[in-house]
Design a protein around this ligand. Sequence first.
Ligand code: PAF
Length: 282
Amino acid sequence: MRDLPIVRSVADLRASTRDLRLAGKSIGLVPTMGALHDGHIALVHRAKDENDLVIATIFVNPTQFGPNEDLKAYPRDESGDAMKLAGAGCDLLFAPGVAEMYPAGFATSVAVAGLTDHLCGVSRPHHFGGVATIVTKLLLQAGPTRAYFGEKDFQQLQVIKRLARDLDIPAQIVGVATIREADGLALSSRNRYLSADDRATAAALPRILRETAIALAAGSAVAPILDAAKQRLVEAGITRLDYLDLCDEANLQPLGAAIPGSRLFVAAFVGKTRLIDNWPVL
Ligand code: PAF
């Protein structure tokens, strides 16, 4: 298999794409933090189908981790990731260091109000500011035609769509369906933290989400159904539930009744690992 070209500076990234851009070629961007799994590879395949050139990025972004989160422990395997990307047909990897992305004196941040007030924004108050800032930078640095993000991080996807719209960034933000294990668990780089027992427990998340979504779609009252689902999650062995909410998928506001465009969102600790998932209702 050919080696994947890797660039580490914004100047080299721009130089590598300049001629293609001038020739009117389309660029698909797949931003990641590495530790790639089949969910990321699905983003690369989609980008490959829809663009002339695919650029992936790997940057474990420190500003989106809270003080007690797993920044230091976050899995890193650049050479393994580069092989997976090359195998999926990616054309270029941008893998900058922290000093390239946040040089001394860096003082700007992007905040998306409203969409970040609920769900993960409550227990991870700095997270979406870090995501919005780094994704804005990546979109401006790579200048893609389209950029691809997984629906597993549905709130993140909506935040990124909004910032691109609000800041007039001329890239189409494309959401790609969650890739799941055979038992329904959404693929995530953090799944590798799960012990065998935790992994068995984690399968309760998609199962209970799906069954709850079916009950809500059938018209059951929201509060008692959510209470019952929370109870079932605890009985299944979830260590701590962060939230289980029914929200409007466009604005992420909590809903008291299932309506078209409503979606269930969950965040829960299984052992020490925080997992998130979501499921469409109507
Ligand atoms: O979803 C991720 O991997 C990250 O949040 C992203 C979008 C690459 C920004 O660091």
